[in-house]
Design a protein around this ligand. Structure first.
Ligand SMILES: Nc1ncnc2c1ncn2[C@@H]1O[C@H](COP(=O)(O)OP(=O)(O)OP(=O)(O)O)[C@@H](O)[C@H]1O
Ligand SMILES: Nc1ncnc2c1ncn2[C@@H]1O[C@H](COP(=O)(O)OP(=O)(O)OP(=O)(O)O)[C@@H](O)[C@H]1O
Ligand SMILES: [Mg+2]
Ligand SMILES: [Mg+2]
Lengths: 256, 256
């Protein structure tokens, strides 16, 4: 039965898309059936696996607003066990159109129900906001993975995010858990990364992944080739750190 | 007569707040009367000049929704000629409450009118979205400054942003100009920065500032002390690049 993990943080540029693309690719490369859902109108996860804006026909917007069958919006990627539901700027319309709908927070959950049994893991990439698309993603998820850039401003936003997660858990999705807080863009060269890491580990004991994602240029080069880093440069520290994270999540999954 | 410049880009983490705080500080340090408006519910510009979430009383939310007089929400900073209108998560409510208001896109413009003559420059820090807060900021502005991180995903979002700017210009704010595209977090160590810079300069001839903001750790350390970088480490390349940008904007202003 597929485990749905939402990748969320309203702070911008913390590595949500980079985590969604590379973590789902790492799972799929170990023959685990994986679905990546791009719920961000920027469509970066879609281009991160090779779908340019012009190539995208039916996407998440059509499944949640125009009630096109979810199976019609699932596409292949370069990796056999990785499928994607793409997004583009059509999705901006979804937030507006959902505003006055009944049970507007459950639209994504309802739509995904049918295909959850087809996958082992489903990852949802969220936009940098706590609006309806992110709330839909948190309502559809079993757990939420929080990428946290090792910088001061990113730490500031954590309290607000955890508050929103608690509200969703209490009102919309009681089983929602925190999969973990992931330290990203960790830079060995500066003290700030270490300070943030120490502070987050002491505040959120037990919730921080032991895997840390280093700042690694290969991770930022790969998207320009439309490939997850494991296909672009599998030996790089960037690609390897996401393989390590996949193993850690699988191990934690066995414990639950 | 104050020139209002909106700092906008829906892509997250590209340096909007870092530019808003450090550019406005650079103007104020040269005795130019400057107002920084934090229009992002994350409130990063506010903490970037020393206002923590708990310290914030009346803020932008109160001026645009509760019709508190704008002068009551203007605060001092460590720099004499720099004032700030702060923000916190109250502002999340503003986007929802404005949805059904008449002339909802002009609220910020109407509110700022009274104080524009008191300042030479007014900078507005936007959230990472193209929602009502950003549209309000673009409607209130004479021009828009677009921070662009030298990375692939950031380049992807530029077309959508320019489209939104054109729609605002045609329907809400005809005199709106582009102040310029600012290349940020430029990293001499990797080719990606150079590739992005070359591509942007060839696509948007004449619109890209000659000043480039380098990746510089002092810029990311300064916010944890609640200080603009010019007060934290004035000699750093980070602080100096924003002083250079201020001079370039002033020079361009004389030409217009
Ligand atoms: N570990 C890393 N090392 C180097 N670069 C990285 C790393 N993680 C992400 N990046 C780069 O940093 C930028 C921001 O990352 P990304 O776009 O994944 O963040 P995001 O949280 O999805 O942003 P948004 O808030 O806009 O959705 C991208 O250009 C990406 O390529
Ligand atoms: N030139 C730079 N060199 C080093 N670090 C930088 C630079 N510019 C910004 N940063 C850091 O990168 C992170 C993202 O920058 P910032 O928060 O200013 O972007 P933003 O566009 O305002 O983000 P958001 O989309 O969340 O509002 C911050 O932690 C900031 O301190
Ligand atoms: Mg993203
Ligand atoms: Mg910001």
């Amino acid at each position: 039965m597929g485990r749905v993990i939402s990748i969320a943080n309203q702070k911008g540029g913390v590595g949500k898309t980079t985590t969604a693309v590379n973590l789902s690719a790492s799972f799929a490369m170990s023959d685990i059936k994986t679905l990546l859902v791009d719920a961000d109108p920027q469509g970066n996860s879609s281009s991160g696996v090779g779908y340019n804006k012009e190539d995208i026909q039916k996407n998440l917007y059509h499944a949640i607003i125009e009630e096109v069958n979810i199976r019609e919006v699932i596409n292949d990627t370069d990796i056999p066990h990785l499928k994607i539901i793409t997004a583009n700027t059509d999705l901006i319309g979804a937030e507006i159109e959902l505003i006055n709908e009944i049970a507007r927070e459950k639209k994504l959950k309802d739509v995904l129900q049918e295909v959850i049994p087809d996958y082992d893991y489903i990852f949802i990439d969220c936009p940098p906001s706590l609006g309806l698309l992110t709330v839909n993603s948190l309502t559809a998820a079993h757990s939420v993975l929080i990428p946290l850039q090792c910088e001061y401003y990113a730490m500031e936003g954590l309290t607000q995010l955890l508050k929103t997660i608690r509200i969703v858990k209490e009102n919309l999705n009681p089983p929602l858990q925190i999969e973990g807080i992931l330290l990203t863009m960790y830079d060995l060269r500066n003290n700030l990364s270490q300070q943030v890491a120490d502070e987050v580990r002491s505040h959120f004991k037990g919730k921080v992944f032991s895997t840390i994602i280093p700042r690694n240029v290969k991770l930022s080069e790969a998207p320009s080739f439309g490939k997850p880093c494991i296909l672009y440069d599998a030996e790089s520290r960037g690609a390897q750190s996401y393989v390590e994270l996949a193993q850690e999540i699988l191990k934690n999954g066995k414990r639950n």
